[in-house]
Design a protein around this ligand. Structure first.
Ligand SMILES: [Zn+2]
Length: 211
């Protein structure tokens, strides 16, 4: 990357570390999924490049873009760059977006099964889960629907596709994706056991915070 993009070095290291972990954890396959960060209040963001494998990210794997959708530096952006751009426009309070393809999340959503929060961590990190139907990869429809669903919600399931989780740091956005898949796995196991209703007690949800 050029000098302009080198100011993002620490952020790129975060993206590279999270990308490698996400693939190792089975939350993305091959070139699926993409990640982005921006600085608070900045109209510029860095997103993983088109076709990049998240477990092979290097300093030249990224595109620097602005919120008008212009590529300012680096490589061609991910085909899902609009998902990141529109969500940043809808949520000026967040500075990191993790878009992955977790298998149990997508499976349960496709079956019409609500993902249930079972543990303290699920309730603390993904208290609200929104979903949108399938839209083509990279489309305005997908980006706009996901951005609308992210109003007041940091965790959006994209039907027959994956999920998008948001936060003020890459690590926390990734933690939300991890906990979403964990909740989906717990729900999947409960369904296998014939259980359709168990979840974290509603009356105790207010106490489910990490102090
Ligand atoms: Zn995707």
């Amino acid at each position: 990357m050029t000098l302009r993009a080198k100011v993002w070095t620490a952020a790129l290291e975060d993206l590279t570390r999270v990308g490698a972990h996400a693939v190792a954890a089975g939350l993305a396959l091959a070139s699926g999924g993409n990640l982005s960060v921006r600085r608070a209040g900045s109209p510029e963001f860095v997103v993983t490049g088109r076709g990049t494998f998240l477990d092979r990210l290097a300093p030249d794997s990224f595109a620097l873009m602005n919120l008008d959708g212009e590529t300012l530096d680096g490589v061609d952006p991910s085909s899902e760059w609009k998902l990141h751009q529109r969500t940043y426009l809808a949520r000026p309070d967040i500075t990191a977006i993790v878009h992955l393809h977790p298998q149990h999340v997508v499976l349960l959503d496709a079956l019409g099964k609500r993902i249930r929060q079972l543990t303290l961590d699920h309730v603390a990190y993904v208290p609200v889960i929104n979903r949108i139907p399938f839209y083509p990869n990279g489309s305005d429809e997908l980006a706009d629907a996901a951005a609308d669903a992210s109003i007041g919600c940091d965790c959006v399931v994209l039907g027959n596709h994956g999920c998008s989780t948001l936060s003020t740091s890459m690590d926390d956005a990734y933690r939300k994706a991890q906990n979403l898949e964990s909740a989906a796995i717990a729900t999947y196991r409960m369904l296998l056991l014939g259980d359709e209703t168990t979840e974290f007690p509603r009356e105790l949800r207010a106490t489910a915070i990490h102090r």
